[in-house]
Design a protein around this ligand. Structure first.
Ligand SMILES: *[C@@H]1O[C@H](CO)[C@@H](O)[C@H](O)[C@H]1NC(C)=O
Ligand SMILES: *[C@@H]1O[C@H](CO)[C@@H](O)[C@H](O)[C@H]1NC(C)=O
Ligand SMILES: *[C@@H]1O[C@H](CO)[C@@H](O)[C@H](O)[C@H]1NC(C)=O
Length: 404
């Protein structure tokens, strides 16, 4: 336990309130609450670990020319953030979680009231601390970048296929095509003319059934400009690029260091998760030798060559998915039992958005278990597969971020 962690009354209050909560919930002894206990225990550990380690900065700019294109006007003002505001942010996150989670447990009325009182007390302390920090700081530090600010709305568009799978729209500008890959092991995919023909029961343009030359594995596939990129089944780390026009393999590569453990612990069949954002094609995997932390690599979409690789601090444990927006990886966490998904860890390859300064982002109030989440940069939407339901989340990004 570091001195930094224990310094500052705010953190002591936070830890105390969490421990009190823990004890109260534990005393209840209900198995339904076990995930709350697990969550709180995990968060305590994460807070401690987070304060002991440093994210490393790499010379990405030199190695990845052209990556800056969409992420405009970054400033170095970030460095001015002080540690206290970081701790306040963390405290807020814990409170927000408790407020959102606890009231949904129907059978603990007594404890609920108790917890609510604790939350109120802690919130009061938090407000006081924040007011003080604002006065101390005098001036504001700000940074502009394109960052995810909110996962706004949810639209359930269809129920099709197995409990797990993936679906997405080709993110190429001008393409309307929608693809569906049901399950986590098959060689068949469905291609729809548009989202409309995907959702219409009686569509005049039925889906095209495409048979691939090799089976796919997991739920991490993407289509980009008419090419399907996917993890070739029964190989640890081979990525294939298949032209969907004639379903022939046009390229293939092996992703170094990948394939030993699932990329997200809550989706045990997916070892490689491909993603597309404003900057291009990415692949995410978990590194067995790096405590199961997530590793993100930028791929050349033409040749599949790895352009650069970043080690993130985001754990694979209790993660169910991730997506990239403008070069920032957002990792989505949940519980084994299916709960409310949250983005609790992020990694910005430009090193301007920091995980510990960003609030936890909640998915809309609903019990979910996502087997895949794909971002579409043109639509600013996430295409997700939630236990057999195909859903769309609308996301909001901000390019001007104000800190405190
Ligand atoms: C592959 O998908 C087809 C159509 O969805 C299904 O009939 C078949 O059982 C699947 N095969 C496997 C191995 O899951
Ligand atoms: C669907 O198609 C069938 C036969 O083509 C037709 O009888 C039915 O009315 C259509 N349903 C809807 C909702 O359009
Ligand atoms: C299939 O299509 C791709 C892309 O259009 C092309 O590069 C490739 O040569 C084609 N392969 C065959 C066997 O026709």
């Amino acid at each position: 336990r570091t001195v930094r962690l224990m310094s500052g009354p705010a953190v002591v209050v936070l830890l105390l309130s969490l421990l009190l909560t823990l004890t109260a919930v534990q005393a209840q002894g209900s198995s339904q609450d076990s995930f709350i206990i697990q969550y709180l225990e995990r968060r305590l550990v994460q807070i401690e670990v987070g304060h002991c380690t440093h994210t490393h900065t790499l010379g990405q700019h030199a190695l990845c020319p052209g990556l800056d294109q969409c992420c405009v006007h970054r400033s170095e003002m970030k460095n001015q953030l002080d540690g206290v505001s970081v701790r306040v942010d963390r405290m807020e996150r814990e409170l927000e979680y408790l407020e959102n989670k606890i009231p949904t447990q129907g059978d603990i009325e007594m404890e609920e009231a108790l917890l609510e009182q604790q939350i109120k007390d802690a919130e009061l302390d938090l407000l006081k601390t924040k007011a003080k920090i604002k006065m101390d700081r005098g001036k504001e530090a700000s940074v502009s970048n394109m960052a995810l600010s909110q996962i706004k709305s949810l639209k359930i568009v269809k129920k099709a296929g197995d409990a797990s799978g993936s679906w997405f729209k080709d993110p190429t500008a001008g393409s309307e095509k929608v693809y569906l890959l049901s399950g986590f092991y098959n060689n068949t995919l469905l291609e729809y003319h548009s989202l409309h023909s995907f959702t219409e029961k009686n569509s005049s343009t039925p889906a095209k059934v495409l048979q691939l030359p090799f089976y796919w594995q997991g739920t991490g596939h993407v289509v980009y400009n008419g090419f399907l990129y996917y993890h070739k089944a029964d190989t640890p780390n081979q990525i294939l690029k298949v032209a969907l026009l004639n379903t022939t393999v046009v390229d293939s590569t092996l992703l170094p260091g990948a394939g030993r453990i699932p990329v997200y612990s809550l989706n045990p069949n997916t070892y490689l998760d491909l993603a597309v954002d404003e900057l291009g094609l990415w692949v995410i995997h978990a590194d067995a030798e790096y405590e199961g932390k997530l590793v993100v690599s930028k791929l050349d979409k033409a040749s599949l060559a790895v352009e650069y690789t970043w080690d993130t601090q985001c754990p694979s444990r209790d993660a169910e998915g991730a997506f990239l927006i403008c070069g920032t990886l957002y990792v989505v966490y949940n519980t084994r039992y299916g709960g409310r998904s949250t983005v609790q860890c992020l990694y910005d390859i430009h090193n301007t958005i920091h995980s510990e300064e960003s609030p936890v982002l909640f998915f809309p109030k609903r019990y979910t278990s996502h087997s895949s989440i794909h971002y579409h940069p043109g639509d600013q939407q996430l295409y997700a597969w939630d236990d057999g339901y195909q859903t769309i989340y609308h996301v909001e990004t901000i390019s001007d971020r104000r800190v405190i």
